[in-house]
Design a protein around this ligand. Structure first.
Ligand SMILES: Cc1ncc(COP(=O)(O)O)c(C=O)c1O
Length: 413
């Protein structure tokens, strides 16, 4: 759609002061992203000039209310439901919001109803649904294969008319694999069941699309998308109208009924600057500056995917050359640049500790995808996870590979 124009990702990287500082090699980005200067500035500005509550009649309160609502509207567009700002709620994090959603959904289910969760998911989108078992709801698990891929025929085999909901991730935070969300959404057409999508690991790498997914709810974490610690949840209009919510008795209908208590306004306002950052990358990628946000984000994510896939290839090749055992998809197709592996010379925890002493940040263990690691991938002791974002570069990958080579040699000495 836009003329192909290589994005100067070194300039994008330069926008991240913590990355530029160079004292840490950030390869734990799936746990949370670093922030570009403009996001830090927006947070600072919000706390200097809007550190008041919303809904007041004085200028600072009017400003923070308007700023928050503007970001809510842009978040609806980011999730693929432009115009449905009323469906977006912010909260402490995605886990909290998914627990709120599941408890509300539970009020609408009867004993004997069933929900389906996946074995690929982070437990944030599993345990809130599993908890409904105490109400007599049957919880079925859609298991991935030994590589971590979900197959639609396995979902079909789990199906019965009692199923009311499928909760699935759009991408695995442990092994990076994309899940067939749009296929599931299409398959659910005509079936009396809702689709809840965890887009936490997807959203930093691809533009979410609740409409194309035919999702009824989408959760994600702005703090993985270069914003401060914050969660967000969109719920489809017809569903939220049918769900009990968490609003205090006098509150009118609307998103505030899913935002109990006062929110982190400064983080919400700063997420707006993160959305600007992505739009800026879209412009660097050739999208016109006056194009709608979503077009610019689409251009940004196309460039981001090219960039991350190239880095992913270097990382996979380097790990293979070092004799690491990789877990998940063999190549860079159908996955983010989030790479899980083990090495023969040390446990995952030991590798992370050795890298940590060199200020190289990775995750060791299951990254809260505990069932996936233990049961489906047969890695009870977990894996090392190195996860890249669009500000990552070749030096990050090489620093990791060099460190692994040296630590491996030291372990064998
Ligand atoms: C795929 C996925 N889902 C859910 C979560 C939980 O997100 P939060 O920390 O916002 O609760 C994470 C966090 O790592 C995640 O990676």
């Amino acid at each position: 759609m836009h003329p192909a124009e290589p994005v100067p990702f070194d300039a994008v990287r330069a926008a991240f002061p913590a990355v530029v500082r160079g004292d840490v090699t950030f390869l734990d980005n799936a746990s949370g992203a670093q922030l570009p200067e403009r996001v830090l500035d927006a947070m600072n500005e919000a706390m200097r000039t809007m550190q008041v509550n919303k809904g007041g009649a004085y200028p600072a309160s009017i400003r923070v209310t308007e700023a928050k609502e503007a970001v809510r509207a842009r978040t609806a567009a980011f999730l693929g439901r432009p115009g449905d700002a009323g469906g977006v709620a912010f909260g402490a994090n995605a886990t909290t919001l998914l627990f709120l959603l599941a408890e509300a959904v539970g009020d609408t289910l009867a004993p004997g109803d069933a929900v389906i969760v996946t074995g690929l998911d982070h437990h944030a989108n599993v345990d809130p649904w599993r908890r409904l078992a105490r109400r007599g709801v049957e919880v079925r698990t859609w298991a991935p294969d030994a590589q971590g891929d979900l197959h639609l025929d396995d979902l079909a085999a789990l199906w019965s008319d009692e199923v009311r909901l499928v909760a699935m991730t759009a991408a695995s935070n442990l092994i990076g694999t994309y899940a067939p969300v749009a296929e599931v959404g299409a398959w659910l057409e005509g079936r009396d069941a809702r689709l809840v999508v965890d887009a936490v690991h997807y959203a930093p790498h691809r533009l979410p699309d609740a409409a194309a997914w035919r999702a009824d709810a989408v959760a994600f974490s702005p703090y993985k998308v270069v914003a401060p610690h914050l969660g967000a949840l969109w719920i489809a209009e017809d569903w939220r109208a049918a769900l009990p919510d968490w609003g205090l008795s006098f509150l009118p209908a609307g998103p505030l009924r899913w935002e109990p208590g006062t929110q982190n306004h400064e983080a919400i306002v700063a997420f707006g600057a993160a959305l600007d950052h992505l739009a800026w990358i879209g412009t660097l990628a050739g999208a016109p500056e006056d194009a709608p946000d979503r077009d610019r984000w689409a251009a940004a994510f196309a460039a981001i995917e090219r960039r991350e896939t190239a880095l992913c290839g270097r990382l996979l090749d380097g790990l293979d050359a070092l004799g690491a055992t990789r877990v998940g998809r063999p190549g860079c197709d159908g996955r983010t640049a989030t790479v899980a592996f083990t090495v023969p010379w040390a446990s995952a925890a030991d590798v992370a500790a050795r890298l940590g002493r060199r200020s190289i940040a990775v995750t060791a263990g299951h990254a809260y995808a505990e069932t996936l690691a233990r049961e489906h991938l047969a890695r009870p002791d977990g894996v090392v996870r190195a996860s890249l974002l669009h500000y990552s570069d070749e030096t990050d990958v090489q620093t990791l590979l060099d460190a692994l080579a040296e630590e491996g040699a030291a372990a064998h000495a």
